[in-house]
Design a protein. Structure first.
Length: 251
């Protein structure tokens, strides 16, 4: 159990938008099945020849994140830079009941981590889904989560998810230039892991914001799980944390 990251001084994530490449005004993300032919080699069966097979796999329409920010001219972020952490989690359970944030915590999927330098004043940061440091779509970078599986399948009627973005202070630390930047699952060749925080941060720990501020009640809440209140994604958003809903529809 641990504390959530304090809001970095004098910078605010005002709005997070996710836009599909089709420009769908409803902002829905689309998934679908594709077929492709792959060649299977004989392996250890030396008396067998290679064969071609047709593979059916999940894929999705490319999309991009758009972040609207407002940074004070006196913010330390102008010197140190910041790191964006993007998470996705289902909003409802199988019975249509809304998940609390603590219930969502083990279901959160880390979609991307990246660092930027922020200019003073209002600015917009755009990030493509194909730039994710989670996935790999190149044969030259074989390690990583498949790019075509970045999004969950969704449903035909449209499955609702919560998108949570957290800005933490400081930038990712790279010792040298790297060819493959999909480090979240794979790390980097001949280099330290660039993120100094634990994987899944800050959702790698229980949420203290569920507990009352009173010292005695807070102690009983953290120690014995008493007096906890239900916290939803909207209660978590503010300052350096942005959130919103997104629908994934399967075609």
């Amino acid at each position: 159990m641990g504390a959530l990251p304090p809001p970095p001084p004098r910078r605010k994530l005002k709005k997070t938008t996710i836009i599909p490449s089709s420009g769908d005004p409803n902002g829905e993300l689309k998934t679908f099945f594709k077929r492709k032919k792959i060649r299977l080699e004989a392996g250890l069966a030396f008396n067998s020849s290679a064969t071609n097979v047709c593979l059916k796999h999940l894929d999705h329409e490319p999309f991009k994140y758009v972040f609207d920010l407002d940074v004070s001219p006196c913010s330390p972020a102008l010197k140190t830079g910041v790191t964006f952490r993007i998470f996705l989690a289902p909003r409802y359970d199988l019975h249509g009941r809304r998940f609390t944030l603590e219930e969502q915590r083990p279901l959160l999927v880390l979609m991307d981590i990246f660092s930027v330098k922020l200019p003073p004043g209002k600015s917009t940061i755009t990030r493509l889904s194909t730039q994710s440091t989670l996935t790999s779509s190149s044969k030259s970078c074989p390690c990583g989560w498949p790019q075509n599986l970045l999004l969950p399948r969704g449903t035909h009627s449209g499955m609702h998810f919560d998108l949570i973005t957290i800005i933490s202070k400081g930038e990712l630390k790279y010792e040298n230039k790297v060819k493959c930047n999909n480090f979240i699952y794979c790390g980097l060749d001949d280099s330290i892991y660039p993120d100094e925080y634990p994987m899944g941060y800050p959702f790698d720990r229980r949420l203290w914001m569920e507990c009352p501020r009173d010292k005695i009640l807070s102690f009983l809440c953290r120690k014995f799980g008493l007096f906890r209140r239900k916290i939803y994604m909207e209660d978590f958003v503010g300052g350096n944390i942005g959130g919103g809903g997104v629908v994934v529809r399967h075609y």
